[in-house]
Design a binder for this molecule. Sequence first.
Ligand SMILES: [Zn+2]
Length: 365
Amino acid sequence: MSHIIHMDTEVVSNLANSIKKSSNYIEENTNSLAGILKSMPWEGGSREELVSQTGAVLNKITELKLELSNLGLQLESEINQWIEVDKGSNLKIISENNVISSSFSSFITSFLYPFGIFFKKDVDGVFEFFLDDQRGKELLDDCKAANIRFEYDKDGEKYYFGAENGEIIQITWVDPSTIPGAKGVYSPNKSSILLNNELSNNYDIRETLAHEMQHAIDYETKRVDTEIIEKPYQTFDKLSPAIKSEKEIDEINWNGLEKEFEASISERVHSEILAHSRGYDFNPELQTGESIFNMDNTYTSSEYKVILNQRGYASFYEKQLEETFKDQGLDAAINVYWDNSSNSVRVNISDVNKIELINGGFFDA
Ligand SMILES: [Zn+2]
């Protein structure tokens, strides 16, 4: 920890704004350059070469731009924490904010307006907005086709969105600690959507809700293959009684399990591509990579890379898998990444060891 005990929030706010402006400027310029490049009236092999080389450079710039804007957002979040402390509110919020910002960077954006600068809009209002909006109507049609009905309960009154007699999926607000590091969560098992009650920006609520609704639609219509997603976990469950000694750990077919996790994660990335694409329909604020996502049935390497690298899902999946291993009494190093040479998601499992308890016994899962 640093020992700074004072912050002139106004001056530092100006810096945060400058960072934001610079990164927007970079984004606008790279976008316009990409546009010019695309429409260049020149055909032939050397054109292709120039386009691909320039494209690679633009990608690098975009990645750096994202790092810069993340720094700006972290700074804003830091400033807000100082203001919060100044107001005398409790420190618990701050430690939670820190956990969230570090564990899942894409969440930081929701701390832009944490003090009710925008009036908090509620889910029933979002339903209303969707019904009035062309893209909202398309979402409604997809809910009907999936036979899903979203339900929101407010002060004893129920609000609905979707198919008249569809399967009910409950939407509820929860404390950030219930869904650490996430703006929202869709749980297929519990048929519910949980929204982080720190969401206060209208765009954020619409985007998050539409995002989670799309996950629900994809699960219900089997556009996402849940069998592929669950396979490695079932394999793991079957293995667990066998994991008794170091020797048996060596005998386990880790390569086979890696392949199953690769298929499982690829399927989950597909679901994220669709959900992000849907969510961005309702967030007019500029998002890097937004234009890369679409809802066609092909998943491009750029789409994979934005989800895994820029949106932070690779490290999120790594953490989740390490938890899964811990549940089995195993410690392991997990690496999830996009492999450019094979054009696919790779999962590496290494350094698998039994977790030893302090009393000398073995953890028995
Ligand atoms: Zn998602």
